[in-house]
Design a protein around this ligand. Sequence first.
Ligand SMILES: Nc1ncnc2c1ncn2[C@@H]1O[C@H](COP(=O)(O)OP(=O)(O)OP(=O)(O)O)[C@@H](O)[C@H]1O
Ligand SMILES: CC(C)(CO)[C@@H](O)C(=O)[O-]
Ligand code: BAL
Length: 331
Amino acid sequence: MSTTKLPPSSIPIFTTVASYREWRRKAYAEKKSVGFVPTMGALHEGHLSLVRRSLAENDLTVMSIFVNPAQFAPHEDLASYPRTLERDLELLAEQKVASKQPSAVFLPNVHEMYPSGINQDVNQQRGTFVEVKGYGEQMEGKSRPTFFRGVATVVTKLFNAIEPTNAYFGQKDIQQALLLRHMVTDLLLSHPSPNNLHIVPTIRDTSDDLALSSRNAYLSPAGRKVAPILYASLRTAEGCWAAGGSKLDCINAATKIIQRRIEQANEEGLDVEMKLDYLEMNDAGDFEVIEGDVTRSSKGDAAVILSGALWVDQTRLIDNILLGSVGRIVR
Ligand SMILES: Nc1ncnc2c1ncn2[C@@H]1O[C@H](COP(=O)(O)OP(=O)(O)OP(=O)(O)O)[C@@H](O)[C@H]1O
Ligand SMILES: CC(C)(CO)[C@@H](O)C(=O)[O-]
Ligand code: BAL
């Protein structure tokens, strides 16, 4: 275990796969289950809810903190992504469920995760990648075409290194979590098995329901004031869908809510720019876009992802609501 230049921590920190594996071997020998919470750090209550779920369901809980360069496009915010390691370790050490506390932090550097090197050329011809075709091109993948390849690749590596019994992901990034379930199934992974990849509900700010997100730290006061409109617009679409509206009508109604907020912000003289990236409904099974004339009753019982992304100045916010029969998704 290396402790060079690391902040003090009461939880063991492993910076190499080799040192972590020694610890993991002991857990196997003692027949202890290992819950895993992968993150990019800058922890908030959303991350901590995943930790508490893991603590409740496993003997041991491991969190990884790794800002994965491969999932950022060259024009994205890799350099400025919030990094708050000292505070993250403090928050983690405060978590306790039924006298269990987090057991280890995996904190690799880029070389440890990408031993053959990494470049962010989207057309790169050399290297090992994991791509989940057919599930990474819609919704988030449409706006971030190389994002899911980066996520699937690093999560495969993390699963191989950590060998978790259970892994925990947030509903806030629903496409990511469902795509990873497909990946785990298709690659016959057993650590975790597909049934043990859990999706945990989104934690929101109690005052205005804004989904907690590390990138919220980028928001100016004016940006923070308008940001809840994304979820409010999704709630409008949800209500419209429940009342029997067509997909087209519901998305239009939600879009109008955003447009109205943009006008209002101008009228209020708020110093903020908003731009809607997308609002869409997709089948939760195959991620296909729902046709405009489809309604809740014509869709039957199948689960639907209602999701959107909104630019607030330079910050890209995402959120979603699951519609229909979602019991088998969030579990
Ligand atoms: N509000 C939230 N509620 C529940 N889980 C969340 C929430 N926000 C993030 N997560 C989950 O935490 C895990 C780690 O996410 P990550 O470190 O990227 O944080 P983030 O807040 O989503 O950051 P970003 O602002 O980059 O999207 C993911 O599984 C993610 O879905
Ligand atoms: C799953 C993940 C840790 C992979 O880098 C990241 O995409 C995240 O934090 O959601
Ligand atoms: N929360 C998903 C990680 C990302 O947006 O890069």
